[in-house]
Design a protein around this ligand. Structure first.
Ligand SMILES: [Zn+2]
Ligand SMILES: [Zn+2]
Ligand SMILES: [Zn+2]
Ligand SMILES: [Zn+2]
Ligand SMILES: [Zn+2]
Ligand SMILES: [Zn+2]
Length: 165
């Protein structure tokens, strides 16, 4: 019984091919897979290389805007000793002016940056995580295929969409 069904099917198949000349390009479907998007209907976004986001230009992608005063170090050269760590100051122990350890920076030569309170920077106001969403693809990483108008298939040119000759 099964064998008969197969034979019957094959018969119809041969009959079909004999009667109509099926378009080989589209296998009779009248449509072929879009060569630009490979049937996806979408293409990789060229702006972001398909990632959907790019590094924030303001913070170089680290989400922190570096303090412009201390360049992100959180420290500035001590204004009292100019970084030397020692300053000409009154020494109470010997009751005279002398070079002694700078009491502003305790000899470190650096003081905390007042602009950023020593943090070195602040959260970037332009982004949340150092990344910004790609404008071109709205963060999807893909753009609609213009060749097939997002259908994934285009009309077969060989048979003009009929699927047969
Ligand atoms: Zn065709
Ligand atoms: Zn940023
Ligand atoms: Zn100092
Ligand atoms: Zn600073
Ligand atoms: Zn993109
Ligand atoms: Zn396409």
């Amino acid at each position: 019984m099964i064998l008969r069904s197969i034979l019957l099917l094959s018969f119809f198949h041969i009959f079909f091919i004999a009667c109509k000349s099926e378009c080989e390009t589209c296998k009779g479907k009248g449509k072929i897979t879009c060569k630009v998007c490979y049937g996806d209907g979408k293409n990789k976004c060229e702006e972001c290389e398909g990632v959907g986001e790019s590094d924030c230009l303001y913070c170089d992608g680290d989400g922190i805007e570096k303090c412009s005063t201390c360049y992100g170090s959180g420290k500035n050269t001590c204004s009292k000793c100019a970084g030397a760590g020692t300053a000409y100051d009154y020494d109470y122990s010997i009751s005279e002016y002398t070079y002694m350890t700078c009491n502003d920076c305790y000899g470190a030569g650096k003081e905390r940056c007042n602009s950023c309170m020593g943090s070195g920077g602040d959260n970037c106001i332009s982004c949340f995580s150092g990344k910004i969403k790609c404008d071109n693809c709205e963060g999807e990483g893909k753009t609609e295929c213009g060749t097939c108008i997002s259908q994934g298939e285009v009309k077969c040119a060989d048979c003009n969409g009929k699927g047969e000759y």
